[in-house]
Design a protein around this ligand. Structure first.
Ligand code: MN
Length: 259
């Protein structure tokens, strides 16, 4: 049977499941907050154009406004100064957006330590159990942070000094993922791909610095990673093709085989 017909049959009988990895977009969707003197991005907002009224008697529609980096979103290489000669979000090859995905689960570690950092040795340990990282695929980093996504304060987890305490990736691990790993991108549950404290790392924001500089991608504010197997899922990432854009809100879902 042709592979696409087999896929449709499997979806119909439930042996392939579709898992939504996207956080809903609304006015309380958490947004990254940079300290002064840096400029901040606009949160999501919705303005009614007409709603079955004199402005449009038979139709309802809205204008939306938001930054490129709001909610579940995609970081293109051009987002960072190290990737400034790289691809914009409209130029990303589609084959990188439908790809194998693996999940590294550090939610137990992050529950006890919001500043937890993924290290190379954690990935090596995962590989001993599950095999190599997928060529051309995505590393999805589960931290349990999606359980906080309906509460912006708990999600950003700021201390009295305004520093954010959220999990991330160490400098050495970010460099390794950029230069040595066969993946095209990393997906996280937090507001950005870097740790909350990563502005103080050397270099600052190493996931952005190294991965985007290597032409790789980021995905943030994913949810439902707990519903994915460690290996075997196919991720579908759909950012808007904003010409010249540094990123875009994205619908992200995964296809998962059920036994
Ligand atoms: Mn971003």
């Amino acid at each position: 049977m042709p592979v696409l017909r087999r896929l449709l049959n499997s979806l119909a009988v439930g042996t392939v499941d579709i898992v939504d990895l996207t956080s809903p977009l609304h006015e309380r969707t958490p947004v990254i907050k940079l300290p002064p003197p840096f400029a901040n991005t606009q949160p999501f907002s919705l303005k009614v154009v007409s709603r079955y009224d004199e402005r449009g008697p038979a139709w309802y529609w809205n204008d939306i406004a938001m930054g490129e980096h709001v909610g579940t979103h995609f970081d293109a290489p051009i987002h960072w100064i190290t990737g400034r000669d790289g691809l914009d979000v409209a130029g990303i090859p589609l084959r990188h957006l439908v790809a194998p995905a693996i999940v590294i689960d550090k939610s137990a570690e992050c529950a006890g330590n919001p500043d937890f950092l993924l290290e190379i040795e954690h990935i090596e340990e995962w590989q001993r159990q599950h095999g190599p990282l997928p060529e051309g695929g995505w590393l999805l980093y589960r931290t349990g942070w999606d359980s906080r996504s309906d509460d912006p304060d708990r999600f950003l987890n700021l201390d009295e000094q305004g520093r954010s305490h959220t999990p991330g990736v160490s400098v050495e691990c970010a460099r390794w993922l950029a230069d040595k790993a066969p993946i095209v991108g990393i997906g996280v549950e937090t507001v950005g791909t870097d740790a909350g404290l990563a502005g103080g790392f050397d270099p600052p924001f190493p996931v952005h610095y190294f991965l985007l500089g290597a032409g790789k991608y980021g995905l943030t504010q994913l949810t439902n990673l707990a519903r994915l197997p460690a290996t075997g899922a196919v991720i579908v990432v759909a950012p808007l093709p904003i010409v010249g854009g540094s990123g875009s809100p994205a619908r992200v879902f995964a296809l998962v085989e059920r036994a």
